[in-house]
Design a protein around this ligand. Structure first.
Ligand SMILES: Cc1cc2nc3c(=O)[nH]c(=O)nc-3n(C[C@H](O)[C@H](O)[C@H](O)COP(=O)(O)OP(=O)(O)OC[C@H]3O[C@@H](n4cnc5c(N)ncnc54)[C@H](O)[C@@H]3O)c2cc1C
Length: 274
């Protein structure tokens, strides 16, 4: 049998990684993209936002839950499901829509991996059902690459932290309900960084929408923390051990971004040929 004859329905060559389950999931994502996204993406890009209801629809189609534990509303999967999703979601061509619709894939994994039980039980089911939006806030106005030197502080005062500083370019920054925020709880460098869950309605927490050259449909904001009181129980993982959590998160983010970039390149090639 030739390689083409052995190919699974997607037309891909046989693969040790992709099974029929992955291909069935690919069909589900493709249908969702064609029915729910493609007819509207241009309009949403122009409007610089998309309906919040889309999170619920994406959850109903099984697109938000990948890789999260079942007990909190997730669907444990291997990383190839995430790659399939990234490739298929690229087909509508709006990186901005994908970024905001999937901001929980960077905001919520630290909660699932390191968060206390109460936090997992409260936050994850709401986010994975598309009822609440999760964001990750690491980058600061002074720079994003040098994570170990972030400047936003969280000073311990009794049973809470007092957070001061600013975060830049935060995806889902205006609309998120839950922010996973990197803060400095200790001394300089990577060993002084922690992760805190900060809810949108905390006093002293404000945000400004940013205008961008691209990714228009994505909700991108600068965040401001002015003496924001956050309970100690909102700590994600151990104090001053947040840098490791951030780095673990970056690994899966890089994989998803790379798969998406290949997907967008494929769209460009197809359109150029057409
Ligand atoms: C649309 C958008 C959405 C984003 N969403 C989020 C989000 O949800 N959450 C979040 O936390 N962040 C987010 N970011 C921020 C993103 O992660 C940062 O832009 C990125 O980390 C780079 O940081 P920076 O822009 O401050 O650039 P800088 O760190 O200032 O870097 C500027 C340039 O200098 C180079 N450079 C930096 N350090 C060195 C070095 N030591 N040696 C040589 N070259 C160096 C860099 O490669 C780059 O070319 C988003 C950014 C954008 C544009």
């Amino acid at each position: 049998m030739s390689l083409a004859e052995q190919a699974i329905p997607s037309g891909r060559p046989p693969s040790p990684f992709y099974t029929e389950e992955h291909e069935a999931f690919r069909s589900t994502v493709r249908r969702f993209v064609e029915r729910e996204l493609m007819p509207h993406v241009d309009q949403w890009d122009e409007a610089e936002e998309f309906p919040r209801e889309l999170y619920r629809k994406a959850s109903a189609a099984g697109l938000l839950q990948l890789g999260f534990p079942e007990e909190y509303g997730g669907v444990p999967t291997d990383p190839f499901f995430g790659i399939v999703k990234a490739e298929e979601m690229a087909r509508h061509g709006s990186g901005g829509l994908n970024a905001s619709l999937n901001s929980h894939t960077i905001g919520s994994p630290p909660i699932a991996a390191l968060g206390p039980e109460w936090m997992k039980r409260k936050v994850l089911p709401e986010v994975l059902a598309g009822e609440k939006i999760s964001a990750l806030a690491i980058t600061e106005p002074s720079g994003g690459s040098d994570v170990a030197n972030l400047k936003t502080t969280a000073r311990r005062e009794g049973d809470h932290y007092v957070v001061n500083g600013s975060k830049m370019f935060i995806t889902s920054g205006m609309r998120a309900d839950y922010y996973t925020v990197a803060v400095r709880t200790g001394g300089p460098g990577a060993g002084g960084v922690s992760l805190l869950l900060i809810e949108r309605d905390r006093e002293g927490f404000a945000r400004t929408k940013l205008k961008k050259m691209g990714w228009w449909a994505s909700d991108t904001a600068q965040l401001f923390f002015d003496n924001v009181k956050v309970p100690v129980e909102n700590l994600i993982g151990e104090e001053n051990r947040g840098f490791i959590g951030i780095m673990l998160n970056f690994n899966s983010e890089r994989l998803g971004m790379a798969a998406g970039a290949c997907g967008y390149a494929k769209v460009c090639l197809d359109e150029a040929i057409a």
